[in-house]
Design a protein around this ligand. Sequence first.
Ligand code: GAP
Length: 463
Amino acid sequence: MNKKTEQDIMEKLVSLCKQRGFIFPSSEIYGGLQGFWDFGPLGVELKNNIKKSWWKRFVQMRSDVVGLDSTIITNPTVWEKSGHIGGFSDKLVECKKCHHRFKADDFTSNAKCPDCKGEFTGERNFNTMFKTFVGPVENSSTTAYLRPETAQNIFVNFDTVRAAMRTKIPFGIAQIGKSFRNEITPGNFIFRSREFEQMELEYFVNPKEDKKWFEEWVNQSMQWFIDLGIDKNNLRKYEQKGKELAHYAKETIDIEYNFPFSSHGACPPVLWHGRRGSASGGDKGFAELMGISNRTDHDLKAHGFTYKDEVTKEEFIPYVIEPSVGVERAALAFLLDAYTEIEGGRTTTTDSNKEKEVVLKLHKDLAPYKVAILPLSKKENLTELALEIYDSLKSKHMVMYDQVASIGRRYRRQDEIGTPYCVTVDFDSLEDKAVTVRDRDTMEQERISIAELAKYINKKLES
Ligand code: GAP
């Protein structure tokens, strides 16, 4: 098996994602819009599964974390207090000739415009928050912002959530939702977009215990990726140093993934979020997948919160440990890690023999469809039975029904979208009341009685 031997893996993945309904450029019929992506029928399932898995691990399974779903647009004072209005910016240079704009840190001081060789202006700060207006009047008093991170909405709800849930430190508030950044250089497919979703958890601790909890959240976060099938060798920790650290951060560890591109240059260090999205030390490949920061008491202090321990009567401003990851960036890492090419093919049906095959070895929890029902022929009696089987499984799982093309082609279609199990309904099924279940990764086939099928599939998907 040749996994990722080719340089153009990104191109292949982008093409697969489009053809198979994972990800398309937004508003493509009008030329698209740079940094905006739509998630198709399979992409939305993948994203939902990533979010479900994260929520289950870090909210449902923990008695010390509760959830929140807050608004994208808030009172702008939130962003004033947090410092985003003053400082959520990248350094930008503009070409004096063609007026194209670039991130300043991509270039040395004597660099020329890569598009027209024109001279650059001096550096200036560019606030990457998107602005809008609330209500019918458009002026400075009605200006509002689309949130650039979900975290601030958690901080401003600190007391409300605590009062409602009677939570005591240490505890966390988790949120999944859209964030918006007017990135100067979006790119590398969905790695850096202008509209994306974040899964963020703000864990409030006694400042005396920040180190212990920081380590705990780094380990927990790393383990989540490994448990969802990412190859350990493609992950590493990178500790931010000196100027790389955001101004609020005492300590930040990025979990980096070995992407098949260098994000260095495309996203150099920025003023606000340290080395957001960049590859460490110029290494090709490894780039930020997620970050875990010790944000100290910076945010709660900025919004004026404090905390009193009911038992010890100790009063303090809690420190915040923040694991934060983008859903789309995680999706890209999961897709890349799962993408497997098999030279010469592995199926033996005549029409698929010897061709290169693609298998998306996604973890079962992430696979958009869990089962495909494939009747061997379109004959009515087989279709009827196959549809009955489809109906018996669909309330519990995402099940696809496919009766078009040869069985070999249909297996390959399912392999390409990562469906873990294919159920073939053949003419014997009418007699022996059994079907063949094929495993995506091993290609092993088992004959299972239809009466036992739901139980069998549930067990397989749970294991
Ligand atoms: N609240 C902290 C925060 O937002 P960040 O390092 O700027 O920190 C956290 O972002 C994570 O969000 C990143 O590690 C990445 O996974 C994701 N992310 C950030 N900017 C992104 C973008 N423009 N496109 C896609 N994902 C992004």
